[in-house]
Design a protein around this ligand. Structure first.
Ligand SMILES: NC(=O)c1ccc[n+]([C@@H]2O[C@H](COP(=O)([O-])OP(=O)(O)OC[C@H]3O[C@@H](n4cnc5c(N)ncnc54)[C@H](OP(=O)(O)O)[C@@H]3O)[C@@H](O)[C@H]2O)c1
Length: 244
């Protein structure tokens, strides 16, 4: 299979590329700053092992022209992709917010969080959906978070939680669209909590290494792990249903 992962220079994105290559897939690694030597060091190491099956694509998910250009490059080289993992994400907030959660809102940070975590996902899908339609068996994974779950307690990670809840809603709407208007394509689409991972983003609350999450997600992509039919396909990296 040919698969694109966004935010692939580090964290979960990198582990997914590494595991995908090990399993024999052609992996397209979307990176905000491209294949810069210091920035994408781990990926460049993989490139020496898998020169023919790894393509590093410069792709800032909120830069529409860049995403469009990357999709065109992939179209010319491969003609289709079989899976897309919208993994790129940002968390700018501290566990405990300084000041008043409402009155002291950092508007710029709030906007940027929604821009990357929600609009970025929509931009990538906009330009890559044609390549997914061209696959015989396509799968879309939008990496969201348990933080997107509506809950009557807690106010931490305000902007991040809003963005991940919105990303779940976006995923569900697209899933409904695909089911209602593109039923002949048989595309799978999931919103996914990848677990609390030991990455730059998640190290404070980590329970698992990102490599464990990557294994689970590749098992779902490879259909080694079957997912039950669900009205709202919000699952964790083990394929278990999540409350939304
Ligand atoms: N870690 C956790 O415990 C946890 C829990 C639940 C959900 N998640 C979700 O899992 C996903 C991966 O998280 P992670 O823990 O691997 O985070 P991470 O280590 O902080 O990595 C985030 C990745 O997203 C990329 N990124 C950020 N903004 C981007 C943009 N505008 N365009 C392209 N790439 C961009 C980063 O690239 P740069 O290096 O260029 O910034 C980096 O590659 C995220 O969506 C996150 O919200 C994580």
């Amino acid at each position: 299979m040919i698969g694109l992962v966004t935010g692939a220079n580090r964290g979960l994105g990198y582990e997914m590329v590494k595991e995908g290559l090990l399993r024999g897939h052609t992996m397209l690694a979307g990176c905000r700053k491209g294949a810069d030597e210091a920035y994408a060091r781990d990926l460049l190491e993989q490139k020496t092992k898998y020169p023919d099956s790894l393509l590093i694509l410069e792709m800032d998910v909120i830069n529409e022209e860049m995403v469009k250009g990357a999709a065109e490059r992939v179209r010319q080289k491969y003609g289709h992709i079989d899976f897309l993992v919208n993994n790129a994400g940002v968390l700018f907030e501290k566990m405990v917010m300084p000041g008043d959660a409402v009155a002291d809102l950092n508007v710029e940070m709030f906007r940027k969080t929604l821009d990357v975590n929600v609009t970025g996902t929509a931009i990538v899908l906009k330009y890559f959906i044609g390549l997914l339609y061209a696959s015989e068996d396509a799968c879309i994974m939008n990496i969201t978070s348990e933080a997107g779950h509506l809950t009557p307690q807690g106010y931490n990670y305000l902007a991040y939680s809003v963005s991940k809840h919105a990303a779940n809603m976006y995923t569900q709407k697209i899933r409904n669209y695909l089911a209602e208007e593109k039923a002949d394509r048989h595309m799978r689409i999931y919103m996914i909590h990848p677990g609390r991972m030991d990455t730059i983003m998640g190290k404070e609350n980590a329970q698992i290494p990102p490599s464990e999450s990557a294994l689970g997600l590749l098992d779902i992509l490879d259909r080694k792990k079957q997912i039950p039919d669900m009205d709202v396909p919000f699952i964790n990296y083990r394929g278990e249903p999540m409350p939304y």
